[in-house]
Design a protein around this ligand. Structure first.
Ligand SMILES: Nc1ncnc2c1ncn2[C@@H]1O[C@H](COP(=O)(O)OP(=O)(O)OP(=O)(O)O)[C@@H](O)[C@H]1O
Ligand SMILES: [Mg+2]
Length: 308
């Protein structure tokens, strides 16, 4: 059994990842000595494409092995007890692949059988509750392969919640959803009990700021920073400056100022700069957001992101 920190009570544990590394056979080092403590509640894993989020989540879900390191869920050594982990896991993969030509009613019932819920009555109650909760009741007998993206993701979370999981892993669940469906999905996630460890990966900053009391930013296989979103934002206070410029000025400005992001504001370009003191008299101080934290963190660690 791994040494867990200083006799914490059970409720303070959660998921503990220690020294996790993974290099794929093609030589890509997707995870590089990941150390992370994820308490109960919603945890946001934010990172650009290729950061290693799905690799980490698949490893937590025991779908792939790491080269090195360990994962504990409370006192459970995950790699040595994969079956036990799977029994308490709800997993929504990033790519669900093809959808069955069957209804959510039939599919959820089938998955509940696989999860070991033997009683027919219990299963029916559970499936009906999940269909209502995910707003799929009216389409419970329709084919899943005819569903819109939002409906598919709601079905995805319904199947992940079968059997009262203690660990829920959802990999980029809001990508491609319209604002209404995204809000619906957020509401569903927010209903999962506080005693469950929920890990949400995303590259959408608002997913994290809306939902997660704790988060980490990942880039190029590493955890770059970890903590509370509000705390991270606070650390940038008084250090963020902005200015509206013309398109053709951007490249030259980037050479002399530590620009962390550029964005369109009413058809013009706003540059945002992190510096301890005002680096140029044309710049005005501006309150930081979680998006600024995200870009500033990637910039600081030299993680390349395409934003213009
Ligand atoms: N099965 C695999 N074999 C080889 N390389 C892989 C495999 N899966 C992922 N990779 C590579 O590992 C790196 C991390 O990929 P991963 O899918 O974990 O990132 P991600 O953060 O989930 O990205 P995205 O936001 O695009 O989903 C990438 O360079 C990717 O190309
Ligand atoms: Mg991914």
């Amino acid at each position: 059994m791994a040494k867990l920190n200083d006799g914490d009570s059970m409720k303070d544990k959660g998921l503990r990842i220690q020294g996790l590394s993974k290099t794929y056979p093609n030589g890509v080092a997707a995870l590089k000595e990941i150390n992370l403590e994820i308490p109960r509640g919603m945890f946001g894993l934010l990172g650009p494409n290729g950061a290693g989020k799905s690799s980490l989540m698949r490893t937590i879900a025991t779908l792939q092995d790491a080269d090195e390191g360990s994962i504990y869920l409370d006192d459970l050594n995950v790699f040595e007890n994969k079956e036990a982990l799977r029994r308490t896991l709800g997993y929504l993969p990033q790519d669900f692949g093809t959808y069955p030509r069957t209804s959510p009613l039939v599919m959820l019932n089938h998955l509940a059988v696989l999860k070991g819920i033997g009683s027919k009555v219990e299963r029916r109650e559970l499936v009906e509750r999940l269909l209502v909760q995910t707003n799929l009741w009216d389409v419970r007998k329709s084919n899943i392969d005819t569903f819109s993206g939002g409906m598919r993701q709601r079905f995805g979370i319904a199947q992940a919640l079968i059997g009262d999981p203690g660990l829920v892993v959802v990999d980029e669940p809001t990508a491609g959803l319209d604002p209404t469906e995204r809000r619906r999905f957020h509401n569903l996630l927010a209903q999962i009990g506080e005693e469950v460890v929920v890990i949400l990966s995303t590259h959408i900053v608002e997913d994290v700021s809306d939902l997660c009391p704790r988060m980490a930013i990942m880039g190029e296989g590493r955890i770059l920073v970890e903590g509370e979103p509000q705390e991270m934002i606070k650390r940038l206070e008084g250090r963020l400056w902005k200015k509206i410029v013309a398109w053709d000025e951007v490249a030259a400005i980037k050479k002399i100022l530590p620009v962390v992001s550029t964005r369109m504001v009413a058809g013009k370009i706003e540059i945002r700069v992190v510096a301890r003191t005002c680096p140029d008299e044309d710049l005005v101080e501006t309150p930081p957001t979680l998006e600024d934290v995200y870009f500033a963190t990637l910039e600081k660690h030299g993680v390349q992101v395409e934003w213009d």
